[in-house]
Ligand binder design. Structure first.
Ligand code: C5P
Length: 253
């Protein structure tokens, strides 16, 4: 285990300016990006999150937006847990501004997030977890998640209404039509107070990994709040998604 490798060229940004005299200064905001899956290694085999979009890997797009967000102080990427994997991710992030760090990930997404969480500096009290594949997530979504945590929510997820009609099926037979008005499609970054995310991971069953971090908080019986997500925060996983992402990128340039 190589521990945390700091890539920062800048001093840690000061936070808490403007804090009223006598009030505790707020801590820093860290974002964890789990990218330790074998499918994301460079080289032959077309790694998913390192697939190029507009000439840059999805991971680089995602981290670049995170470090540009005024609400974010530090980005920690969990890399494949071998020296080569860590070195590859370090190389990818080397030219980005801001405070970016690389940790060796684990054997599951959940373990990778837990390892990155354990490696965060003590002064980070808000922690976001973000999918590299949501590479075009607008900074406004990141800001809204941080603001909701700062505003008192312990766990926050960006969501969109479900616009398709959704049916339950058994094989090719429809068994029910689900009331879509109560359903939401969930995006990232998901935001947490550090205490709650740490408790949720400590209580998690490694044998039954959750598909998202908010699910671990729900399992503790704690509330998870929602904020509006954004269409451009979609997960880029299929060739069609890449075509869409290229179009979004072209429009932004
Ligand atoms: O493999 P899957 O699609 O579930 O991975 C979801 C995310 O979790 C990917 O970004 C992947 O890199 C990450 N992951 C990780 N550590 C692992 C396995 C997956 O960080 N051991």
């Amino acid at each position: 285990m190589s521990g945390v490798v700091s890539m920062s060229t800048d001093p840690a940004p000061e936070t808490g300016s403007g804090t009223p005299a006598g009030a505790a200064a707020p801590g820093r905001v860290a974002v964890i990006v789990p990218a330790a899956g074998k499918g994301e290694r460079l080289g032959p085999g077309a790694p998913k999150a390192l697939r190029e979009l507009g000439g840059l890997p999805l991971l680089v797009h995602a981290v670049r937006t995170l470090v540009a967000a005024r609400s974010v102080d530090l980005v920690v990427v969990a890399a494949p847990p071998d020296p080569q994997g860590v070195a590859e991710v370090q190389r990818l992030l080397a030219d980005l501004p801001g405070d970016t760090r690389v940790v060796a990930g684990g054997t599951s997404r959940q373990e990778s997030v837990a390892l990155a969480l354990a490696a965060l500096p003590a002064d980070c009290d808000v922690v976001l977890v973000h999918d590299a594949a949501r590479a075009l997530t607008p900074v406004e979504v990141i800001g809204a998640v941080v603001a909701a945590v700062r505003g008192g929510a312990g766990a926050v997820i960006p969501v969109l209404p479900v616009t398709d009609t959704v049916k339950a099926v058994d094989g090719d037979l429809v068994t029910a039509t689900v009331d879509r008005s109560t359903l939401r499609a969930v995006q990232t970054p998901q935001g947490f107070t550090r205490d709650i995310l740490a408790k949720a991971h400590a209580a998690a069953d490694p044998a039954a990994p959750a598909t998202d971090d908010a699910g671990l908080v729900e399992a503790l019986g704690l509330p998870v709040r929602t904020v509006p997500g954004h269409a451009e925060a979609f997960k880029i996983t299929t060739p069609f998604d890449l075509v869409l992402a290229e179009a979004v990128l072209r429009r932004r340039r």
